[in-house]
Design a protein around this ligand. Structure first.
Ligand code: NCD
Length: 311
């Protein structure tokens, strides 16, 4: 696997192999000495045109744990702010020795363009492109579900409910693709204006009512951030209507099964899509997700730069 720009770059077997490698790497991350020499001498560039906390820092730590040299490119303080194109920037980075470019960009398709237009020969990893995809987030979410729900190697039999701003969410899109590939049953719930057209063709059940969705007892409830920055127009609801209908509040928390888990990719809008109580609940897997992000990104970097964790 040379690039990871979409979950569609993976087969079920290669996705499971990545989760297995990441699972092994979680043990390395518990050791006193956490570094492996796997990527010594290779340079990884984090090319981020959008803000990020978790994703950028975990790609940086992941590359460092594998002994790669890491450069963080900040679009705000670089020539990108003088109008340099993505192509010229990427070619410049490659001329400086980048073997892998981890890219986050507001334009859907940016990672695919970098990987497939012949501009560069470096590996490209998509760290989120517009509303399109965020494949390493989906992988870390599947790893988290596999660990906490003690499923087998795949996720067959697990019922996942994704709630909120589905249409603007690259996290939702990558998760729907990966969870379905791994055999989970995926349903979505959210305001009708925030559901993408054709959502049912992705094989997901659609609920227009959160309480009804909870009454069906999902094993996993994945809350999404309300992505105000991606909303083109007013979406036909007020904040208080959103909270009433779609927030994981105290009442809905009590409707959730005792073994269910609560997920959120972060950053959380506490008090909007998720209440403080839900974010702090023992069933919340939010920090486990972050922890698993590190191992998943190590596995992905290793796979694209040296063909596999075990080689
Ligand atoms: C997400 C993103 O940027 O797509 N955050 C993340 O990577 N953990 C989700 C979001 O911003 O809502």
């Amino acid at each position: 696997m040379k690039h990871l720009t979409s979950i569609r770059d993976l087969t079920k077997d290669s996705a499971i192999a990545l989760l297995d490698s990441a699972q092994q790497l979680t043990q390395v991350n518990q050791r006193t000495v956490k570094n492996l020499p796997a990527l010594r001498g290779k340079t990884v560039v984090n090319l981020f045109y959008e803000n990020s906390t978790r994703t950028r820092i975990s790609f940086e730590i992941a590359a460092k744990r594998l002994s790669a040299d890491v450069i963080n490119f900040d679009a705000q303080t670089s020539s990108a702010s003088k109008g340099e194109s993505l192509k010229d920037t990427a070619q410049t980075l490659e001329a400086l020795g980048a073997a892998a470019i981890v890219v986050r960009h507001p334009m859907s398709g940016a990672a695919h363009a970098l990987a497939n237009r012949g501009w560069i020969s470096a590996s490209v990893i998509n760290a989120g492109d517009g509303r399109h995809e965020h494949p390493t987030q989906a992988l870390l979410d599947s790893l988290t579900i596999r660990q906490l729900k003690h499923s087998g190697t795949d996720l067959s039999g697990i019922r996942v409910l994704i709630v909120g701003d589905i249409g603007n969410s690259r996290v939702a899109r990558s998760n729907i693709l990966l969870l379905s590939m791994l055999g989970a049953t995926v349903s979505v719930a959210g305001p009708i204006d925030l559901l993408p057209e054709g959502i049912a063709t992705l094989g997901t059940k659609v609920y227009e009512d959160f309480d009804q969705a909870l009454a069906d007892k999902p094993d996993v409830v994945m809350m999404l951030r309300v992505q105000l920055e991606r909303m083109l127009t007013s979406q036909g609801f007020t904040t208080s209507q959103y909270i009433n209908n779609w927030s994981l509040d105290q009442t809905r928390l009590s409707a959730l099964g005792k073994d269910a888990i609560i997920m959120h990719p972060g950053p959380m809008n506490r008090g909007l899509e998720i209440s403080n109580q839900a974010a702090n609940d023992p069933r919340s897997a939010v920090l486990r997700q972050v922890e698993n992000g590190l191992a998943v990104r190590m596995a992905v970097l290793h796979r694209v730069l040296s063909g596999g964790y075990s080689s």
